[in-house]
Write a protein that binds this ligand. Structure first.
Ligand SMILES: Nc1ncnc2c1ncn2[C@@H]1O[C@H](COP(=O)(O)OP(=O)(O)OP(=O)(O)O)[C@@H](O)[C@H]1O
Ligand SMILES: [Mg+2]
Length: 307
């Protein structure tokens, strides 16, 4: 992924780490039949320091746990890392029924014979993939127990009834977990101990400017900067507990820009994508005030975009 490497050089990411990535890619070329699994990200992850921490951990052979609030780019970073290291990626979602058979694989009868149908963890292990363990803290402990040997120095996977397999040297697991959501749980210590844990920061103001401009090249700079300040202000208010973090949602802010691009008035777009993320009418009022201090509600598409 040449474009991504050039982006990281532009961002000033440590050269030694990037050289490490190049060496990794040369050492572990992708099998042609797996090329379709190597991500081609539409969006780049912004955050130099986070990039450096993630690259160092993966180059050192560690598994990575990305922990942080909603919409901090955890999945975008996973995808970017898969692309950068040029690895086939398997996504594992820990839905309520995810059990060891789903993760590792299970016997299946195809009408004539019983064969082993590998699960995503097995495929990652055998094919040198990056496994994205999405929202791992939602998983049942029984399901996670099968991962213990795969995630520590043993780097092996035991499939009951079959041979134990060793993980390929380039296999890595990147888990994400969201804290602050109702219904999430902590991750048990034995599992946490098997990851290098990256605390995902909220995007920096300068990075958010770059992100918005890249995604919406025609946006007027003044408007863009107002949106960035609005986001920073919501962040401040959430931090000082004046509002909850329900409206502090970068997805919402970016969605609002998309709706304005469709021609929706600024007030309506921000109402739908930011204000209404809170279900508390008093809090909605507070959020509306923060927005009103920066934006007239009746900005049209031509006020927001150059063309
Ligand atoms: N630092 C960042 N760099 C690039 N994009 C970012 C960053 N932070 C947030 N985003 C944007 O926020 C949106 C959400 O990103 P993503 O889905 O990766 O978040 P997440 O952390 O996985 O959220 P959740 O915990 O809700 O699943 C995307 O549009 C993404 O581009
Ligand atoms: Mg996510």
């Amino acid at each position: 992924m040449k474009e991504l490497l050039a982006f990281l050089e532009d961002e000033g990411v440590d050269k030694t780490l990037l050289d490490g990535v190049r060496a990794f890619r040369e050492r572990f070329p992708v099998a042609p039949e797996l090329l379709g699994r190597v991500p081609e990200p539409e969006y780049f992850y912004y955050g130099k320091k986070t990039w450096e921490l993630a690259l160092a951990a993966l180059l050192a052979g560690k598994n990575l746990l990305l922990a942080g609030p909603k919409a901090t780019g955890k999945n975008v970073l996973c995808e970017n890392l898969g692309a950068l290291f040029a690895r086939p990626v398997w996504n594992v979602s820990f839905h309520i029924n995810a059990d060891a058979a789903y993760l590792v694989g299970t016997d299946t009868y195809d009408g004539s014979a019983v064969t082993f149908r590998p699960g995503p963890i097995w495929l990652c292990a055998a094919k040198g993939g990056f496994g994205v363990l999405d929202e791992i803290n939602m998983a049942k402990n029984e399901a996670l127990a099968v991962l213990h040997a795969a995630l520590d120095f043993r780097r092996s996977l035991d499939v009951p009834g079959y041979d134990r397999i060793d993980l390929r040297p380039e296999t890595r697991f990147i888990a994400t977990m969201n804290y602050g959501y109702a219904g999430t749980r902590d991750l048990n210590e034995a599992l946490t101990s098997r990851f290098a844990v990256l605390d995902m920061p909220v995007i920096a103001e300068g990075d958010l400017q770059k992100l918005i401009s890249r995604r919406y090249p025609a946006i007027r700079v003044k408007l863009r900067d107002q949106l960035v300040k609005l986001y920073a202000e919501l962040e401040r208010k959430a931090e000082s507990a004046e509002i909850s973090d329900s409206a502090l949602d970068l997805r919402g802010l970016l969605d609002a820009i998309a709706l304005m691009e469709q021609g929706l008035a600024s007030g309506d777009a921000l109402e739908m994508c930011v204000v209404n993320k809170s279900f508390d009418s008093y809090e909605r009022g507070l959020i509306r005030d923060v927005i009103a201090a920066r934006f007239p509600a009746d900005l049209a598409r031509s006020d927001v975009f150059e063309t």
